[in-house]
Design a protein around this ligand. Structure first.
Ligand SMILES: [Zn+2]
Length: 340
């Protein structure tokens, strides 16, 4: 009995050795299959996953993002030699609260445990202009707004955004998103104002006061109506210039005069800037701080977060030529990506 139970001798011994070889062979096969899978299959999966953030980070031609009529921004205020005195300085490090339109804060505010990355959508013109990716059709724009509404997104007021970035509040509505519109196209009044009002959405508009008499852009009556409807209005340069190409004196005029006119027209204190064409240099940043600006938006692609320089906040460009799927993919980054 004892011999039969010990497979170390006789026929049982050889059978056991064969069994070991089979087991070894099986292990090798399993290993080979695993390696093949990781080398042949996984790369395609990984590239599909990384495709979205890669596309977000891809720089795009700033000129194409701005469908401004060249005749408008090239001829306005050619002589900026009379620079108004700068208002009292308000360094970026101060904790003064920026003035923005106060609108009802969503009651669904929830406490966030970790700093959030907030999608700041960057729209321009809303009309039909095939081939211009900075322009979105009214139908596509409505499709995107309805997607936000149906999927539980909450559009932030600029004040809510600032309070969160300042750290004066740690609560945000669920699935926050900030809607921004650059340049102040007249079609925003026609296609965005009624729809956003209907959906009870908030939005921020960056305008260049030097364009308000053009007819192609919003006039002051329209801007005031949008402001009264809850839109936050902030400056985008006086004449939508290429700021880095200007002297410090001319840059100061573009920044301060745009602020002065909006503040005067709307009886507010603007403190958030948006760089025309996304262009800025060290002088621009210094001047913004000197003139009381506390935040500024770029066209650098990505989600906005507290760990960014306050004057270099990122946004998500809305490509009007794309279908809604890639737009959703960019947007959804905000609901899953948190600072670790
Ligand atoms: Zn612009």
């Amino acid at each position: 009995m004892n011999r039969l139970l010990k497979p170390t001798e006789g026929p049982l011994k050889s059978a056991f050795i064969s069994y070991k070889w089979y087991a070894l062979l099986l292990c090798c096969l399993v290993l080979l299959i695993s390696l093949s899978w990781s080398r042949l299959i996984s790369p395609s999966v990984r590239s599909a996953e990384s495709d979205i953030p890669l596309r977000i980070q891809t720089p795009f031609d700033s000129q194409m993002s701005e469908p401004l009529k060249p005749s408008v921004y090239m001829s306005m205020f050619p002589d900026a030699s009379t620079v108004p005195a700068a208002p009292a300085n308000d360094p970026i490090s101060t904790t003064a609260t920026a003035t923005a339109t106060s609108a009802p804060v969503a009651s669904e505010a929830v406490q966030q445990q970790q700093p959030q990355h907030i999608p700041v959508l960057n729209y321009h013109s809303i009309t039909i202009d095939p081939g211009n990716r900075a322009v979105i059709t009214p139908a596509k724009f409505e499709e995107q707004m309805l997607y936000l509404s149906k999927n539980g997104y909450h559009t932030l007021t600029l004040q809510q955004f600032i309070d969160y970035m300042d750290g004066t509040t740690t609560s945000l509505p669920k699935k926050p998103v900030l809607l921004t519109f650059d340049d102040g196209y007249a079609d925003n009044y026609e296609h965005a104002l009624p729809l956003l009002k209907q959906l009870n959405f908030h939005a921020t508009l960056f305008v260049s006061p030097g364009t308000t008499e053009d007819g192609y852009f919003l006039n002051w009556d329209q801007i005031k109506e949008m402001h009264e409807a809850g839109w936050d209005i902030q400056p985008h340069g006086m004449t939508h210039p290429h700021l880095p190409k200007l002297s410090a004196k001319s840059q100061a005029f573009e920044i301060s005069e745009a602020k002065r006119q909006i503040d005067e027209q709307l009886k507010i204190n603007t403190t958030v800037f948006c760089y025309p064409f996304g262009e800025k240099n060290e002088t621009t940043l210094k001047l913004l701080q000197e003139h009381g600006f506390r935040y500024a938006f770029t066209i650098d692609q990505g989600l906005a977060s507290r760990d960014q320089n306050r004057l270099l906040l990122k946004r998500l460009f809305v490509n009007g030529e794309e279908s809604i799927e890639p737009w959703i993919a960019r947007l959804e980054q905000g609901s899953v990506k948190v600072k670790s």
